[in-house]
Design a protein around this ligand. Structure first.
Ligand SMILES: [Fe+2]
Length: 228
């Protein structure tokens, strides 16, 4: 993706999020230089990889295969291992109409995926088989807002604004917006996007960026290069 395109997606995404009355935290609007100036106090942002995350999954077709994410908060894997403390994370995301996030599962993370407004959020769901691959035979048991549901393998679960589904580790899922763009919330276990995404197809998690403009804001995938 070109940096200029990412800058445009950030601006348009920020407008979309605000249109629902949801506001991002202050660090969302810091410039790259401001982050550098604050380096001593933002270890929690860098370590937790909080912030902007615009991805085309490395495929160069963002409109068709892509996701806008902003990690609002993220806990500690050490706390998770010891079984207490900050074991949770939160993201706000935008999936545009017919823009797919490809079939994947998580190893550690359970996540509530929440339609916070806009169109219908469609999710295609499967279980894992004994090898952890997509199981095209068994029924999927999930909870939608606390209500137990059983779905045929590959069934499309449609969430309207206000509705959510709890996906457990091993639940394969792909999702997209139907009939409109969707503001999507995620409340989850501690999040590690470097290690905890298994995709069905060989695919990347982050965009490759062509630097044709200055970054408006850094992406989480920029942090290692900017801050070591
Ligand atoms: Fe997921």
């Amino acid at each position: 993706m070109k940096r200029s395109e990412i800058n445009d997606i950030i601006r348009a995404g920020d407008d979309f999020i605000r249109s629902f009355g949801f506001l991002l935290p202050p660090f969302a609007y810091w410039s790259p230089q401001e982050m550098r100036d604050r380096r001593a106090e933002i270890g929690g942002i860098l370590d937790g990889r909080l912030g902007w995350d615009i991805t085309d999954y490395g495929q160069g077709r963002y409109q068709d295969l892509g996701l806008f994410l902003f990690t609002v908060r993220n806990g500690s894997e050490a706390d998770l291992r010891r079984g207490g403390g900050m074991c949770y994370a939160e993201k706000i995301m935008i999936t545009r109409r017919d823009q797919v996030s490809p079939m994947h599962r998580h190893i550690v993370k359970a996540e509530d995926i929440i339609n916070r407004g806009g169109g219908v959020l469609a999710l295609e769901l499967y279980n894992s088989d004994a090898e952890g691959k997509v199981d095209r035979r068994s029924e999927v048991a999930v909870a939608t807002d606390g209500v137990a549901r059983r779905l045929e393998p590959g069934a499309i679960l449609r969430l309207h604004p206000g509705q959510s589904v709890t996906l457990m580790p091993g639940n394969w899922h792909a999702f997209w917006g139907e009939g409109g763009d969707v503001l999507v919330g995620e409340v989850s276990t501690v999040n590690n996007d470097l290690t905890d995404n298994i995709f069905e197809e060989p695919i990347g998690r982050f965009a490759e960026i062509e630097e044709d403009a200055e970054p408006l804001h850094l992406l989480v995938s920029d942090y290692p290069r900017w801050f070591g």
